[in-house]
Design a protein around this ligand. Structure first.
Ligand code: LLP
Length: 380
């Protein structure tokens, strides 16, 4: 964290999200330097749809992966061209589909046959042909948290790989959809690259099957999911993009004319953000001491929802370390950022940074307990 930022923290009300734009720029630079030629990276807005971050991402030429009409609107207002927008989600509403059609987005990632039929009829009603790809559930276990596993057969996402033939028949029979290809997303915070190797072999196999059936495609979307280092954000600020992209460069055999799409969220914005909070009280308990912050699960729900751990730092004390339970002010026992966390001796008024909070923090914020939404502060 930059020293001049720490020195100036007193000027800001807490809690707030702090975004280091240099980190964002370096991350985007690393992606551009390593992504496969002729591929497009769509930024997954669900990770963080802050307009300042989005406009930097847009200026770098990334596309957008959206999961609601609201996200499509935000992506466009940040300067992302609709032809670089893809739209996923198991529950697209009629109004959202109509809006996406009116914007002429690049592709609908379709998650069920029921949805395909609705897209076809809404496209017919406005005299358009909707570009679609099937989101296929490839039965790959990405070994990540249960709540963010999406590629196995018992999740609500995608069309099961065993139902692909039926889906193709259905798409071919409909006159207002054009099947462009296949979409996959096997999970999030994936730290082993092995599941991506398995994904490449599945895609190679499916492409052949499609070619045998005479189906011409121009779109393969491998989703997102590349994880970040929550324990050592300063040592591993930039995720291992080169190794990640290398797998696709080496193992994916794309048919001629097929464009490769990625949908990365966390790995793009995760490390540029921190949640900054003030210590309200240090409370001596029976067998532990609690540091009670003015930020809680309302600003960062990941620890409460997924038992996620984020590095916690006291920015204003250099005293001897001792263990604390770090908790928020919300009336829920799960409003805890960590137990037995070693911090320098901490006092009321100290400033605490909860690191790696650029992704799925501000975008998942809520107003429970009638708490106001926390603002964002930028390094420039
Ligand atoms: N594409 C699709 C279809 C997705 O569902 C997701 C994330 C992404 C791309 C982007 O994945 P990423 O590169 O960010 O891993 N709130 C959870 C994460 C939920 C991810 C949902 N889908 C968390 O805080 O860990």
């Amino acid at each position: 964290m930059k020293q001049d930022f720490i020195d100036g923290i007193g000027r800001h009300d807490t809690p707030f999200y702090y975004y280091d734009l240099d980190v964002l720029h370096s991350t985007l630079h690393a992606i551009a330097a390593t992504q496969p030629v002729d591929s497009i990276v769509h930024y997954a807005l669900k990770a963080n749809s802050d307009l300042r971050l989005l406009s930097i991402i847009a200026q770098r030429g990334l596309g957008a992966d959206c999961v609601s009409g609201g996200e499509i609107q935000r992506a466009i207002s940040a300067g992302i061209h609709p032809q670089h927008i893809v739209y996923s989600g198991v529950g697209k509403t009629d109004r959202e589909i109509e809006y996406a059609l009116s914007c002429n987005i690049d592709c609908f990632n379709v998650e069920s046959l029921a949805e395909l039929q609705v897209i076809d009829s809404l496209a017919a009603a406005c005299g358009k042909i909707a570009p679609v790809a099937f989101r296929i559930n490839p039965h790959i276990d990405a070994h990540t948290h249960h709540y963010i596993t999406t590629g196995t057969s018992e999740t609500k996402f995608g069309i099961d790989i065993s139902q692909l033939d039926q889906a193709i028949e259905c798409a071919v029979a409909l006159s207002h959809v054009r099947l462009r290809g296949l979409h996959f997303h096997i999970g999030s915070q994936i730290l082993s690259l092995e599941p991506y190797c398995m994904l490449c072999s599945t895609i190679n196999r499916l492409q052949e099957q499609l070619a045998e059936r005479g189906i011409d495609i121009d779109y393969i979307n491998v989703g997102g999911g590349l994880g970040i280092d929550y324990d050592s954000p300063d040592e591993n600020t930039i995720p291992p993009f080169a190794q990640y992209f290398d797998i696709f460069k080496k193992q994916l055999q794309l048919q001629p004319g097929v464009k490769l799409h990625f949908e990365l969220g966390r790995s793009i914005v995760g490390q540029c953000g921190s949640l900054i909070s003030r210590v309200l009280y240090v409370k001596e308990g029976v067998d532990r001491d609690f540091v009670i912050l003015d930020a809680g699960m309302t600003e960062l729900i990941r620890p409460a929802l997924y038992q996620a751990s984020h590095l916690i730092e006291n920015l204003t004390s250099q005293a001897e370390v001792q263990p604390y339970d770090i908790v928020g002010p919300v009336c829920e026992t799960s409003d805890t950022f960590g137990s037995h966390i070693m911090l320098p001796t901490t006092h009321r008024g100290d400033i605490i940074a909860i690191r790696s909070a650029g992704a799925y923090a501000q975008s998942m914020a809520m107003t429970y307990n009638s708490r106001p939404l926390a603002p964002a502060v930028y390094s420039e």
